[in-house]
Design a protein around this ligand. Sequence first.
Ligand code: AMP
Ligand code: MG
Length: 402
Amino acid sequence: MKTVDEHLADILAATHRLAPLDLALLEAVHGVLAEPVTAPVNLPPFDNSAMDGYAVLASDVAGASETSPVTLSVVGDIAAGDQEAYGIRAGLCARIMTGAPVPAGCDAIVPVEWTDGGTAKVAIRRPAVAGHYIRRSGEDVTEGQVVLEPGTRLGAAQIGMLAAVGRARVAVRPRPRVVVLSTGSELVEPGSSVGPGQIWDANGFALTAAATEAGGVGFRQGVIGDDPRQVLAAIEEQLGFADLVITSGGVSMGARDVVKEVLSGLGTMKFEQVAMRPGKPQGFGLLDDHTPIFTLPGNPVSAFVSFQVFVRPALRALQGLPPDPLPTVTARLTTPVSSPSGLRHFLRGALVYRHGAYEVSPAEGQGSHQIFSLSSSNCLMVVGDDVTSLDAGAPVDVMMLP
Ligand code: AMP
Ligand code: MG
């Protein structure tokens, strides 16, 4: 049997990052930047006011106080967006709005709250030191500075940064398109009624959602019965469109394990046993040189754990991101656990942060068909391949579920 680490290493060796696309900013959301982005100008581009108030000479208002305000003549109004170049000198000031360019001569802004708000003359009741409430050109970003490095995932703040330096389009690796196919003649669509021997397709939905959670765009295909021709046709049909394909079901040792049957020997597909629980039967390969295909086991928890352990890092690699595992912390076990020798054991559990430390309790019901204990857990405890038991209080690695 292969170890989890060996299987993941094989997957990552075969997974190459997607070519970047030139996208408009709002199409690039959640994509991964594929170029360094530099600022063409300073930000702010010009000295401007941080407040609504009055642009003054600090020396004019140095003696201002509540009891003896300084009165200045107001030469005009400067609004954000104004291009007219005012100048002020001793005894004068200009009313100024937040974001408006600071006029020549001015070295301080007095906020309107410190004044009587006058329009022809204004009484100022507090002094302001030089530089007060002036946002200097370049104090955020300087011209030529790299503001975003390649490999950055573009969330809202990064999209805002790109727009702030004037970019309308950027080179990004887009979110990978992940096609999810559920196989099994027992499966029916949620929303329709189940007959004898039938169950609703859970994996198709869980894996599609997981793909989206992991930074891809999930596309769920309808269920496919255990029919070799249909299974092969459905997978081949997706190869032109998908960046990654996931199937579930049909890869274990049964007489009708049709995914394994039709894909064995095609492309680089390999069907192997991986030393893990749940999720031992795994298939992976490429049919067309570039589209990774994961054939996951059918039990819902096996499929889900396999996704988090193998597919998620591959999805990251497709985007040129480091293939990190789920965020992992060390927690103290609240109850003892036992674990099979020679298998990496992923147990569902409840992780809580209490008195400055993480504690984890295994869920009831660790069968690979028991999806309720998965949906009511928030983490996977990872018990090492050679560990057969852990006492209460022992430290254990815990992967936090998204
Ligand atoms: P298989 O890997 O096809 O042998 O399936 C293993 C178990 O998982 C069987 O009990 C299947 O009915 C169940 N199963 C397979 N696919 C799904 C699915 N999409 N949703 C829920 N259960 C499934
Ligand atoms: Mg099946």
